[in-house]
Design a protein around this ligand. Structure first.
Ligand SMILES: [Zn+2]
Length: 471
């Protein structure tokens, strides 16, 4: 059985090495070694089934299916497997994920075994030693290494020390000037999308959101500061150089809204750089309201403290002092787009025809409204954004980039599809998926068939929208 487990795990690792692009997070349970049932644990759960009985081949097929299914969603996260053998009581947790340079796959894992199973453990070590000696090539080597059989591994000390200092971020290039930075294993499973636009003429990097501050439970992650990452870690898509090597460029930071998963890395930039936010509702982001509106209070974490520069609707972002003739425009405009929160904003990069929408919408993860959200306002914002994109000469070419999950989508199509889903929710065409009490109020969840869009919000917001829209 142990050998079977090893074979399955190693086969999964081999499957991963076959040139995949993205790794969402899953937990897969192998019951009795023969039935594979799984639950998907990204930000929210789902389920899937696999051919049964499970063989090495069907396990790999299921794994590859999951990878392929999510290949297009631009996420670079880990797979988590829980392998549980009911006969022996053996549990094995594995984590499979990519290296930060996105070239190679990296594999880590841990094992938890009942003390009574010591004999099984010893046997497993012997078997796996044998097995890995027969298959000495990476990435299996790293898997075995991290499972605790370090002595059997040919991985060098240098590589091991690197493994414990992985950055909390990965980066890939989206356009000539713009990079997508993903926080790939944060403690809250938010996996925020952070965008960095390099404007050489202004010697400036525009940073859109600053993520979760590198907070993680992953002990392989050692570098958690977004700013340090940008300044010191080489990016394959940037010729192997850090995005801001040697701090040559200054920063302008924009927060799409004040939720914790978009602001926890802001303090490191605020010491010498402006942090722009929506001026639509100044009190919403005031220092006295930030702890609750950022949700830091609810999570029991310290609210970051930094000074905001509130910008009006249609504000043209510049590098340098706004009122100085030496300021340089970055070619990006801020748009007030309240709905998700009162301070939600979008950015429009006319040169690259890119729209950034924060948490107003995204695909495959639930669109979440907090108590301060407003669905009626959200519809107005969506109508405005749709007509804004339509007013562009090449509307069909405009790309949309969201705060999670979606990047480089077709803006018009994604905006219209998200609006259509929400209309179906409000008009009762989508069945209620779940209703539960949350922090003293009722939350409701709706899911579109096929899973592209879903919604979680206070029930009150749906009822208010039905009243306002006379449904
Ligand atoms: Zn949010």
């Amino acid at each position: 059985m142990l050998l079977n487990l090893c074979a399955i795990v190693l086969a999964a690792a081999a499957g991963i090495s076959a040139g995949v692009i993205s790794f969402p997070t899953y937990e897969i349970e192998l019951y009795n070694g023969y039935d594979l049932k799984g639950s998907v644990h990204e930000r929210h759960s789902g389920t899937f089934a696999s051919p049964s009985p499970v063989t090495q081949e069907s396990f790999c097929m299921t794994h590859q299916f999951m990878v392929n299914k999510h290949q297009s969603n631009n996420r670079l996260y880990s797979f988590k497997y829980t392998v549980h053998d009911l006969n022996s009581g053996l549990n094995m947790k594995l984590r499979l994920y990519r290296t930060p340079d996105c070239k190679d796959e990296y594999i880590a894992g841990e094992m938890s075994i009942d003390i009574a199973l010591l004999a099984v453990i010893l046997l497993s070590i012997l078997l796996c030693l044998l097995f890995t000696r027969q298959s000495p090539r990476d990435p299996n080597q790293r898997l075995v290494n991290d499972l605790g059989w370090a002595q059997s591994s040919a991985v060098s000390d240098k590589e091991q020390s690197t493994a414990k200092n992985l950055p909390a971020f990965t980066t890939r290039q989206l356009t000539q000037s713009t990079f997508l930075i993903t926080e790939w294993d944060d403690i809250w499973n938010e996996h925020p999308f952070i965008y960095a636009k390099i404007v050489p003429a202004a010697e400036t990097i525009l940073i859109v959101d600053t993520g979760c501050g590198g907070r993680t439970l992953n002990t392989d992650i050692g570098l958690t500061s977004l700013r340090e990452y940008i300044e010191t870690v080489g990016v394959a898509d940037n010729g192997g150089r850090p995005l801001n090597e040697g701090r040559r460029m200054r920063y302008v930071v924009v927060q799409t809204h004040c939720h914790y998963d978009h602001i926890l890395g802001a303090e490191a930039f605020a010491v010498d750089s402006p942090i722009l936010a929506s001026g639509h509702s100044p009190s919403f982001v005031s220092p006295s309201n930030l702890p609750s509106h950022s949700q830091c209070n609810a999570l029991g974490i310290r609210t970051p403290s930094y000074r905001l520069t509130l910008a009006p609707h249609l504000h043209q972002i510049v590098a340098g002092d706004q009122n100085s003739p030496s300021s340089v425009p970055l070619g990006v405009e801020l748009l007030h787009t309240p709905g998700h929160t009162p301070d939600e904003l979008a950015l429009w990069d006319a040169g690259e025809q890119m729209l950034y929408v924060g948490d107003t919408l995204y695909e495959r993860d639930p669109i979440i409204f907090p108590n301060e959200g407003d669905i009626v306002l959200w519809f107005s914002t969506m109508d405005w954004l749709i007509s804004f994109v339509k007013s562009q000469a090449n509307a069909g070419e405009v790309r949309i980039n969201c705060g999670h999950s979606t990047a480089m989508g077709s803006a018009l199509e994604v905006l219209q599809a998200a609006k259509s889903f929400m209309q179906d929710v409000i008009t009762g065409k989508v069945d209620l998926w779940d209703r539960y009490e949350r922090r003293g109020w009722w939350a409701v969840e709706y899911r579109q068939e096929g899973g592209r869009f879903s919604l979680i919000c206070p029930e009150r917001l749906v009822l208010e929208a039905r009243m306002a829209l006379e449904v």
